[in-house]
Design a protein around this ligand. Structure first.
Ligand code: SF4
Length: 527
């Protein structure tokens, strides 16, 4: 086959298709979005009738993927790192049920928080769930690892987590694909109790899981993805590098690799034999890993000061943010004359709402009303409209996680805030806002919910929103009084009318939903 130039995300997508998936389930989230988008447009997926629709949120995606695996088919489920928090319940339980058809959970982490609320490191989740984890260091490896991951999943009968980070997901490189493998036939699990997590079955499954953990640790010790490169002479300082951080180490060392023993880790559980070897041969070890001090903490534990281990914990590398070759070079005390100093002079560009964005008009009428009501508070959610926090709008007071605007507004109202206003997008509302609204309706809490309906999932690139055309019905179905479900059009000429509607609903002692409906300007261009 011919070489192709692909983004890391696209390499993962093609790798999964080549591995014979029958379905991909996902919720859009940077930096993972392009995986599903590639599969949706792929002729190979079309030909194989691969299921490839977005899901309402990461939890439903994970459960749908588990259902397809139950039926014997290979399935990919994708999300960004914070999405795994949403999917954590079925994700952890899928390790207890085990799988039938291969199940790969692809999670894209975002160190440096380029477009995320936190820097969490997904590797902790794999360890927590006792399942294998793969961490590619290049686009070719990301492609190859998908086939390996599905084979491993079916061999050990467990889901396999593949973790990438922004830098790999969003950069391009050549890779050589292989002939695609056929999809699995339908089959049902051999053990009929496996997927019924009654306590008696779950206890039995958990014991088996711990036995399997020994098997997957041994597989990791022998894995082609964990490689040990010995120094030519005597090595005093060893390096352990994981995933894409291994590339930074290679780049910095260049021809000097003979000075150091280097252990490259791309498969977990931690390959204990290889780790012991590097400690036996060196007086100190530098940990280079993208994300948290995951391996470093496992190696040092409470004996942190008595082992000569350096990395993010002792400040040899920064505790937060994305790694760079320069940071690795500094940690190894190596000069890098070839780095381009101009990169440092690039001016940062803060994000902002697009020109003509409907949210601008919504924040204009919201701000006018809020200024008339001292003590009112605006609880926002995750999406383009979060940018309303920045000047000139400065329109929101909180933004924590998907769906938290309505529930936080409810809590604040319960506490006595007179005007608690929640702002949420249409897609975020169906993702995890609906259940919060149900709480408010159940107690007839005094909250005003403004759903900014741009008829799409704008922030991640205009993917489908499950709410399009039916927000009023959903709100009514959840029990909101139809007299207090109001539709407004966020346009400058409607400003006075919109102010009036919001004033009226703030005066109402109960749950109001105002739907501010106008399409994202990019959606119009797409149509
Ligand atoms: S992508 Fe659409 S919704 Fe998001 S800021 Fe731009 S115009 Fe507004």
């Amino acid at each position: 086959m011919e070489k192709v130039l692909l983004l890391g995300d696209e390499a993962i997508a093609l790798g999964a298709l080549s591995a014979g998936i029958s379905g991909c389930y996902a919720y859009p989230g940077t930096p993972s979005t392009e995986i599903m988008e590639y599969i949706q447009q792929s002729p190979l997926a079309e030909k194989g009738r691969v299921h490839r629709e977005w899901s309402t949120n990461e939890k439903t995606a994970m459960e749908e993927a588990l259902g397809m695996s139950y039926a014997g088919k290979r399935t990919l489920v994708c999300m960004k790192h914070v999405g795994l928090n949403v999917a954590a319940d079925p994700f952890v339980n899928s390790a207890i049920t085990g799988v039938n058809g291969g199940l790969v959970v692809l999670v894209a982490d975002d160190p440096q928080m380029h477009s995320s609320q936190n820097e969490q490191d997904t590797r902790y989740y794999a360890r927590f769930a006792h399942i294998p984890l793969l961490e590619p260091s290049s686009q070719q490896e990301a492609y190859d690892m998908m086939g390996y991951a599905f084979d491993l999943s079916e061999k050990v009968k467990l889901p396999v987590l593949v973790r990438v980070t922004t830098r790999l997901a969003h950069s391009r490189a050549d890779l050589l694909p292989t002939e695609p493998r056929p999809q699995n036939s339908l089959s049902i699990p051999e053990n009929s109790r496996q997927f019924i997590l009654l306590p008696a079955n779950a206890r039995e499954n958990f014991k088996k899981l711990l036995v399997t953990e020994k098997e997957i640790t041994e597989a990791s010790n022998q894995s082609i993805y964990n490689s040990y490169e010995e120094a030519a002479g005597t090595s005093k300082k060893g390096i352990i590098a994981s995933g894409i951080a291994g590339n930074y180490v290679r780049e910095v060392l260049g021809g000097r690799s003979s000075e150091y023993d280097v252990l490259y880790i791309r498969e977990y559980p931690l390959p204990a034999r290889l780790v012991k070897k590097i400690f036996n041969r060196n007086t100190s070890v530098l940990l280079v890993e993208e994300g948290g001090p995951f391996i470093e903490e496992m190696l040092t534990g409470p004996l942190m000061d008595s082992l000569s281990v350096h990395g993010r914990l002792d400040g040899t590398l920064p505790r937060t943010g994305e790694l760079t070759p320069e940071l690795v070079a500094k940690a190894l005390d190596i000069e890098m004359p070839f780095m381009n100093p101009e990169i440092k002079t690039l001016r940062p560009r803060p994000p902002q709402l697009c020109k003509g964005c409907p949210h601008i008009d919504s924040y204009n009428f919201l701000n006018e009303v809020v200024h008339n009501h001292e003590g009112s508070r605006v609880f926002s959610d995750i999406g383009c409209y979060t940018l309303g926090a920045l000047p000139p709008y400065s329109a929101i007071h909180t933004c924590v996680d998907m769906g938290a605007s309505i529930t936080m507004a409810k809590g604040a109202s319960d506490a006595g805030i007179a005007h608690a206003i929640a702002v949420i997008g249409d897609s975020t509302f169906t993702h995890s806002g609906m259940t919060g609204l149900l709480d408010a309706v159940y107690e007839n809490t005094n909250v005003t919910v403004i759903i900014l309906d741009n008829e799409t999932t704008g922030m991640t690139g205009q993917q489908i929103s499950m709410a399009t055309g039916r927000l009023e019905q959903i709100a009514a179905g959840l029990g909101v009084d139809p007299a207090h479900i109001r539709i407004v059009i966020p346009l400058p000429k409607q400003h006075a009318d919109n102010v009036k509607v919001l004033e009226e609903e703030l005066a109402y002692d109960g749950v109001s939903v105002i739907i501010a409906r106008r399409a994202c300007v990019h959606l119009k261009r797409k149509m």
